[in-house]
Write a protein that binds this ligand. Structure first.
Ligand code: PEP
Ligand code: MN
Length: 357
């Protein structure tokens, strides 16, 4: 009796092994199909084909498993195969670290983002005047930093709020940045403004509200200029990666990802800084990752700890809004810091990280 039980168990073990090898043989064919579909741009999931395979299996089913059980067992196998193809597709993305293991360093002229030293991109929310911009630039350059930010085309929630100085703002930024040997980061909201912006801006910023403006993404993908892409306020990390993929797939590899907080139910901050996005994006992509602490927090009193957290989590730098007189600012008055506060912010950060650019 016990001998025949042993023998039956041995048979089961052998069948289990057969099933295992058959499943993996099947998986390799699924991967091969996945590669073909990827090349031809065909959708991974084919419900008609799945239905046909199930119907066929049920039609030849001799039991003792009933048809319903056969269907649900094979559906599990199909789902696992689809998962395999999904993983394969993700690894094939141009942004993916599986595709390009080494870090991408984005050079803005001779200044590296994602290189040896973290960066601080500082400047006013909006360019308001030459004097206001120059005051900030003087401090930024005085600290040895290299990037000046400032909005000229402002994506404002209300159409009645200050919309930015437009081209005039870009001219101010360029002129001031040249005076202090700084690189200009500024948001462009529409493909039509890209050509003229190219003369004034060193890094094109795509704002959170435009992260899925696919025409804009394609247009900056065709440029020979670095792009700072903000995460949309309601975008998943996967959607963020796909937005970057648009830019890379249109020919521009120089993308800097920027986490800037996502909208949650929490009201203590304007957005919720998704700090986990930093190590996840660093793991899953090869692109530099920054954190915009100002728009994440929406308040100036917690910017320093957020910046420390960002760097500790592996960010390649931070963005912060600085204004000579934040209370009179034409946009984001409650979240910008003044020049002294910025010097202190810099000093405190350099206690942990000695060199910023
Ligand atoms: C900005 O940086 O000026 C800005 C508007 O940020 P966001 O797009 O992240 O809201
Ligand atoms: Mn702002």
């Amino acid at each position: 009796m016990s001998e025949s039980l042993e023998a039956l168990r041995a048979q089961l073990d052998a069948i289990n092994e057969d099933i295992l090898h058959a499943l993996n043989r099947r998986a390799r064919i699924v991967e091969e199909i996945g590669r073909l579909k990827l090349k031809q741009g065909i959708n991974r999931f084919d419900p008609v084909r799945e239905r046909a395979m199930l119907d066929h299996l049920v039609s030849i089913n001799e039991g003792p498993f009933d048809d319903q059980t056969i269907r649900s067992l094979f559906k599990q196998i199909f789902a696992a195969s689809l998962q395999l193809q999904k993983k394969q597709h993700e690894q094939a993305l141009l942004v993916s670290r599986a595709r390009k293991p080494e870090n991408t360093v984005v050079y803005v002229g001779d200044v590296a983002v994602g290189g040896e030293h973290p960066v601080i991109i500082a400047g006013p929310c909006s360019v308001e005047s030459e004097a206001q911009t120059a005051q900030v630039a003087e401090v930024v350059a005085g600290l040895g930093l290299k990037f000046l930010r400032g909005g000229a085309f402002k994506p404002r929630t209300s159409p009645y709020d200050f919309q930015g100085l437009g081209l005039e703002g870009l001219k101010i930024l360029r002129e001031v940045a040249n005076r202090y040997d700084l690189r200009v980061v500024s948001e462009i909201m529409t493909p039509g403004d890209l050509e003229v912006a190219a003369d004034y801006v060193d890094v094109i910023q795509i704002g959170a509200r435009n992260m899925q403006n696919f025409n804009l993404l394609k247009a900056v993908g065709a440029l020979d200029k670095p792009v700072l892409l903000k995460r949309g306020m309601a975008a998943t990390i996967e959607e963020f990666k796909f937005a970057a993929e648009y830019i890379l797939s249109h020919g521009n590899p120089n993308v800097i990802l920027t986490e800037r907080g996502i909208r949650t139910y929490e009201k203590a901050t304007r957005n919720t800084l998704d700090i986990s996005a930093v190590p996840i994006l660093k793991q899953e992509t090869h692109l530099p990752v920054l954190v915009d602490v100002t728009h994440a927090a929406g308040r100036r009193d917690i910017l320093l700890p957020l910046a420390k957290a960002a760097l500790a989590a592996g960010a390649d730098g931070v963005m912060i809004e600085v204004h000579p007189d934040p209370n009179t600012a034409l946009s984001d008055a409650q979240q910008q810091i003044d020049l002294d506060q910025f010097r202190m912010f810099y000093q405190e950060l350099t206690k942990n990280v000695p060199v910023f650019i």
